[in-house]
Design a binder for this molecule. Structure first.
Ligand SMILES: Nc1ncnc2c1ncn2[C@@H]1O[C@H](COP(=O)(O)OP(=O)(O)O)[C@@H](O)[C@H]1O
Ligand SMILES: [Mg+2]
Length: 367
């Protein structure tokens, strides 16, 4: 997967911009507020996803203008393809000159992985973000997972409502078993799939982190089912049976609290360096390197399964990394097209291959 040409028209602060990126590393440097992140955001939108900055469609259109256009030529599936997004009130999308109902038509065709400073929450904040990270990746790889997750959430909601209703309508207690059964079956499937994906991710992330840290630190990932004791070798039936038992054991507590205390909605992904939690003990640089390793591992996993490596977008990640980590990043990420933004051009003195661009007031110049 690689972009060979990108044209922007009235996208954010870029009036008219045309760029021919190389197949390997593309560096975009410049002072603050010049449009570097805006450029990555435009590339990201081509994957059919929403802005990684939480922006609304109208925010993309250059102040004072009414229409923004993102146009690209990219190489995917063994051939040159084109895509176009026009934002004028609403978004309109074309793939290979054929108009599509929505930009989601680009999903799975143009794939990208993005890491911006806000993604640090993946290691810094609570488990919800980590569960979402796992779920989003698994959905791209195994589309039937989308249905399993939404069914689980629906049943969880219904069970929680029932738990509250039982307090004033005790006979309803008889119906709880049915919900427990359904919840355990779906929950068991989710835990099994998340564990399997974590196993794949762990292998790649550990390898990448080893490189980033010059083999000085050991990175590890493990999926932690809340209140359960599950080993990697256990199959879905065994996990489901255990989950069912734990839900039963926790029933009186659930009735008291009016919510479900055990299940994959409470699970976490534990991230450690040299055996210690990155969240609790990691330095700023280690936390940043961990998210980087996770994101790059995600791109490898998706690439291995879909047969094409996603484009990697790294926004402002260089400043917290020391020289050796930066060098690894610049020169050891072969096989993917990468876009990296940063302020200091000095970081790239040892770039072995790649292209350097300067961004100034929404204008891009190749050096
Ligand atoms: N819709 C828009 N029209 C014009 N300028 C915009 C728009 N949205 C953002 N900007 C400008 O883009 C600049 C920020 O660009 P950004 O890519 O975040 O900078 P950086 O180079 O630091 O990554 C700000 O000056 C902001 O005012
Ligand atoms: Mg920026």
């Amino acid at each position: 997967m690689r972009i060979s040409r990108l044209n922007l028209e009235n996208f954010r602060n870029m009036e008219s911009l045309s760029v021919f990126p190389c197949e390997t590393v593309n560096i975009i440097y410049g002072d603050n507020a010049q449009g570097k992140t805006n450029l990555l955001e435009a590339v990201w939108l081509l994957s059919g996803a929403k802005s990684f900055r939480g922006a609304k469609d109208a925010d993309f259109v250059r102040f004072g203008e009414s229409r923004a256009v993102i146009e690209s030529e990219f190489f995917c599936d063994g051939r040159q393809q084109t895509s176009k997004i026009q934002i004028e009130g609403k978004k309109t999308a074309w793939l290979n000159d054929i108009k599509k109902d929505s930009v989601t038509a680009f999903a799975g065709i143009f794939t990208a992985v993005v890491f911006s400073p806000s993604h640090l929450s993946l290691v810094k904040d609570g488990p919800a973000g980590r569960r979402k990270f796992l779920d989003t990746s698994i959905c791209q790889i195994t589309p039937r997972y989308i249905g399993i997750i939404s069914q689980y959430q629906r049943i969880l909601l219904q069970r929680n409502t029932l738990l509250k209703d039982i307090s004033y309508a005790p006979p309803l207690l008889d119906t709880l078993d049915i919900w427990d059964e359904k919840l355990a079956a779906l929950g068991g499937a989710i835990i099994r799939m998340r564990m399997e994906y974590t196993r794949r991710l762990q292998k790649e992330a550990a390898d990448i982190y080893k490189g980033i840290s010059m083999e000085r630190e050991t990175f590890s990932l493990s999926y932690r089912p809340f209140g359960m004791d599950v080993s990697q070798g256990q199959n879905q039936e065994e996990i489901t049976a255990q989950l069912k038992e734990k839900i039963a054991q926790n029933r009186s507590e659930d009735l008291r609290s009016g919510s479900t205390g055990i299940g994959p909605h409470r699970d976490d992904l534990e991230i450690t360096i040299n055996g210690r939690s990155v969240r609790a003990f990691g330095s700023q640089g280690q936390q940043r390197s961990s998210v980087l390793a996770l994101k790059l591992a995600e791109s490898r996993c998706i690439g291995d399964i879909l047969g094409e490596r996603p484009v990697i977008l790294l926004d402002d990640v260089m400043s917290e990394l020391d020289q050796s980590r930066r060098e690894y990043l610049l020169n050891h990420l072969t096989g993917s097209q990468i876009f990296i933004t940063c302020c200091d051009k000095g970081y790239f003195s040892r770039l072995e291959q790649g292209r350097v661009f300067k961004m100034e007031k929404g204008r891009l110049e190749q050096e």
